[in-house]
Design a protein around this ligand. Sequence first.
Ligand SMILES: CC(C)(COP(=O)(O)OP(=O)(O)OC[C@H]1O[C@@H](n2cnc3c(N)ncnc32)[C@H](O)[C@@H]1OP(=O)(O)O)[C@@H](O)C(=O)NCCC(=O)NCCS
Length: 174
Amino acid sequence: MDTDQKVKIRTAHVNDSEQILEMQKQVVAEGEFLTTVIEELSHRTIEQQQAWVRKVLENERETFIVAEIKGVIVGWIVFQSEGRKRLAHKGSIGMMVSQEFRGIGIGKQLLKALIEWAEEHPLIEKVCLGVFSNNARALSLYKSMGFKEEGRKIKEFKLGDEEYIDDILMYRFV
Ligand SMILES: CC(C)(COP(=O)(O)OP(=O)(O)OC[C@H]1O[C@@H](n2cnc3c(N)ncnc32)[C@H](O)[C@@H]1OP(=O)(O)O)[C@@H](O)C(=O)NCCC(=O)NCCS
């Protein structure tokens, strides 16, 4: 697939919230690589999602970017930062791409757009993220975009009896 031809990367609108929520539920339901489990998300309403997207879009230190193919949202990336003065130069990203559109560069396009936004932002200096240590695809993407490991939280996530995953903390200065 020629993704450059068909994928549109743009800032989200509040009225994308329903599609963003639907996609998020599908990806969370896969049960892999995310802190949130589907029981924690299944009751989220469109209004609650709209409130979250609106809050991000209204915050000048945050952004929400989507990937769209023929009007359908197939991926998104969010950058959120804390209001506290000594943390205002940094923020963290969360991202996901619909299962059927993975591995064709959409994640990379979203991350590239996010980094470009951060580079142009007068206050943002550091982009951070956390990733499950077994998430090979995400780790490969982040490393290829210049992110480096700055720490690891051991057994941060408990998936089941005696089943734990480390949280790898990564950063990139912009
Ligand atoms: C992680 C995710 C966002 C990446 O998006 P994507 O569109 O699939 O990523 P891309 O197609 O841009 O490829 C990313 C990299 O993974 C590599 N890759 C593809 N399939 C892979 C696999 N099975 N194992 C390891 N690397 C793989 C690609 O070669 C690419 O590396 P490159 O940039 O060095 O060429 C997406 O897979 C996803 O939503 N996963 C489920 C949710 C998730 O894990 N979110 C991130 C939480 S931290």
